[in-house]
Design a protein around this ligand. Structure first.
Ligand code: PLP
Length: 411
């Protein structure tokens, strides 16, 4: 997915509103999260699924960097009831803030000794190995009288990462009593190549998953991540688990992005320098500016998640004018050559330059930086002021309260 360079084809996405430059005057950068666009993306994915399939939402890694609680609430208002996080800690943060008719699965399952915390918080572990199954079953049997302990079972169909191996699955089939005390709510697997529709592993994983499911009669199945939703109904089963597409990253790389943009990332100008005589810019003196050029230094750097590997490769935008990033990305600062910005719209200290915006979507930044949108989102640092705009669902929000409406979630 990282090579060759694939910039977004197709029309520009609808713009996420720009932050007011006067907002958060202390922050070196502002991350605006459009919760209405997020909710629209969830509804778009739900509409793509075959009838009867439930669209869940993956909110791990702090909601892909955007603020897990705000994101989960917006998804709930849109209609999402099944959420997935990676780790117990993430579940403990999100689950208590969601209404009781929602459920939160923890993809990594319980690490030894954490089983009681899962039960106490009504988190549903995904059991990825026989070892996790045995521990969860022992935990369930140690609390007789409790309802059978709910869990999901993950079968590996070609990722060789988490999930029951073929041998573990065969052993389970031979001795179903292993699951006594466990209420299996979901059987799942994970696709390795869903973003490459022509990859032969997709069909192999679908076949392997369909072959595994009879081991869990009557249990709903879940296979598709974001890109899997676009592989067609054979991957949809009962519950889909999209993550990145909710947040506006293109789940169909190389084709027009079917999702709406959800974030805008703006960096604050600290200083504008008029270069009088040719001079080098930044660490390593890698870039030489000509006399007469203008350099804007902004308060964002690799400590905020802007990859150092993007040095000299990415574009910022001042309004609709592209401004190349020149010189090396440093820890807290980067420099843009703003010479081409018209004199009528001078760039001043305090102004904001788009790092991700209507002209430079997250996928473009990622491709230029040699990475993927997932990594850009999940490494967005805590120094960005995060603004959540919109509510996720117009009318219901009035009754729901909660986040949205310009709330700022501390991360
Ligand atoms: C992260 C994750 C997802 C979501 O994947 P996206 O590609 O972001 O849609 C789904 N399932 C599992 C098991 C995951 O780890």
């Amino acid at each position: 997915m990282t090579s060759p360079l694939r910039l977004s084809p197709g029309p520009l996405p609808a713009a996420v509103p720009a932050a007011d430059a006067l907002a958060d005057p202390r922050a070196g950068g502002i991350l605006t999260v459009d919760l209405d666009a997020l909710a629209g993306n969830w509804r778009r994915l739900q509409a793509r699924l075959k009838p009867g399939t439930e669209c869940g939402g993956v909110v791990k890694a702090n909601g892909y960097g955007l603020g897990a609680v705000s994101v989960a609430h917006a998804l709930y208002r849109a209609g999402c009831r099944t959420f997935f996080v990676a780790q117990l800690e993430e579940g403990l943060r999100v689950a208590p803030t969601l209404p009781a008719d929602s459920r939160v699965f923890v993809l990594s399952g319980p690490t030894p000794g954490t089983e009681p915390e899962f039960s106490a918080a009504r988190l549903i572990p995904v059991l990825n190995s026989r070892e996790q199954i045995d521990r969860w079953a022992a935990h369930a049997r140690g609390h007789p009288g409790d309802q059978a302990a709910p869990a999901a079972i993950h079968v590996d169909t070609g990722m060789t990462r988490l999930g029951l191996s073929d041998a573990e699955l065969a052993a389970l089939r031979a001795d179903p009593g292993v699951l006594d005390g466990i209420a299996v709510r979901l059987v799942m697997s994970h696709l390795a190549c869903a973003d490459e529709p022509g990859h032969p592993l997709n069909a192999a994983q679908i076949a392997a998953f369909d072959a595994a499911r009879p081991a869990f009669p009557g249990v709903p199945g879940s296979l598709a991540n974001s890109s899997g939703v676009f592989l067609g109904p054979a991957t949809h089963h009962d519950v889909a688990r999209p993550g990145v597409a909710l947040y506006g990253v293109n789940p169909t790389p190389g084709r027009p992005n079917p999702m709406a943009a959800v974030i805008r990332l703006q960096a604050r100008v600290l200083q504008v320098r008029h270069v009088d005589a040719p001079a080098t810019v930044g660490y390593g003196a890698c870039h030489r500016s000509a006399a007469g050029s203008r350099i804007a230094t902004v308060g964002v750097g690799y400590a905020d998640g802007l990859p150092r590997a993007s040095s000299g490769l990415i574009m910022g935008y001042v309004g609709a004018t592209p401004v190349p990033l020149v010189g090396r990305v440093s820890m807290d600062l980067v420099t843009f050559d703003i010479t081409s910005v018209p004199a009528e719209t001078p760039v001043r200290p305090g102004d904001l330059i788009d790092l991700i915006g209507p002209f430079n979507p997250v996928d473009d930044l990622a491709a230029r930086a040699g990475t993927i949108g997932y990594e850009i989102l999940t490494t967005l640092g805590p120094r960005f002021a995060r603004h959540h705009v919109g509510t996720g669902w117009g009318p219901a929000a009035a009754a729901g309260g909660g986040t949205g409406g310009g709330a700022t979630e501390r991360t």
